[in-house]
Design a protein around this ligand. Sequence first.
Ligand SMILES: Nc1nc2c(ncn2[C@@H]2O[C@H](COP(=O)(O)OP(=O)(O)O)[C@@H](O)[C@H]2O)c(=O)[nH]1
Ligand SMILES: [Mg+2]
Length: 366
Amino acid sequence: MQIKSIRAANISEALVQVKKQLGSDAIILGHKKIDLTATESVVEVMAAVEHDALKSEEVNPVQQDIQEIKSFLSMLISSKDYFTQLQVRQPLAEVYHSLIVRGLDERQTYRLLTKVLPQVNEDTDKRQIIECFCRQLVDAIRLARPFHQLSRRNGRPPIFTFLGPTGVGKTTTLAKLAAYLKVSRKCKIAIISIDTYRVGAADQLKTYAKILNAPLIMALNRQDFAEARDAFHGHDAILVDTIGRNFLRREYLQDMREVFAGTENIEHFLVLSATAKDNDLRQTIFAFKEMDFSSLIFTKVDETVDHGCLINQLIRFPYPLSYLGTGQRVPEDIESATHKRLLSLLFPSSNGVHRKDSHGSSRRTA
Ligand SMILES: Nc1nc2c(ncn2[C@@H]2O[C@H](COP(=O)(O)OP(=O)(O)O)[C@@H](O)[C@H]2O)c(=O)[nH]1
Ligand SMILES: [Mg+2]
């Protein structure tokens, strides 16, 4: 909280100043008249403004919740008939409930199932409904192939950054993908580690860089980063690790934006853990929106049996998915995301569904 005393000739002028200097959210704590001379006096207003970054970040997801509830309600009201059908048609209701049990968001599931309804009649069985649902899911989920073409722009190599909360697997994922680029794609890669908070936790990355025989520069600020980037000008791709901080603190994202400002040919990955809670994932993606990241990477897919939360983010947000981290081993445990794989996470034992989705992979966006 910032507290400020503002003096003016009269109270209304003082209030104008408060608004100007502290914004319209300022609260007035009190005011008094101060005599300067026997004939001259001023009014002093004491005002305060809340400067807690966390608080202002929290507002958005709450507003988003309200927005979602509103639109869910209006959707229910406007599609009452569909909802009745959903309830009375036994196989449809069963599919709906089995998806909710797997952690899929009720509103999104309902939305996708209503699209399935026109294709459902009395003879449609559960398996056919699931197949229709999967086609809707495939249409709704975008995939990305960020390394499909490693093009230089204005003579500069592409830069890929790994952003995200602490401990999700940013460094591990970077190492896995660095190995892929180096070994399978025969690329000359370089690594930069950004540590604006001077946490100094780079031993793990140093070890990986050494094994891969890739140069590594530690950058503490924007200037360091610009110098490192220029030094690696001749490489095919630059991978950038970041030391995570609580992403809800506005400074973290501000620092990152500042470090990368003006950098050409840069793509950001937002790395998330498949073990995180639905609401936390949603808030994280929401908070990172301002970084304009180009795709999501989900790690720790092997550490949960409930992959609904992962799927929820892909149908809730327009961001494509590029990779799935499937274990701790470097470099083996990483997969390019495919629709087939995503569907197998949601329907682990229904084989028919997987075959059906093989068309889905044509939606790759590289
Ligand atoms: N099971 C599993 N563990 C992972 C995966 N990716 C990373 N980890 C582990 O998660 C922990 C944190 O990883 P790290 O790369 O240091 O996270 P960072 O803080 O985001 O850089 C380490 O123990 C990794 O081995 C994954 O896909 N599956
Ligand atoms: Mg790390």
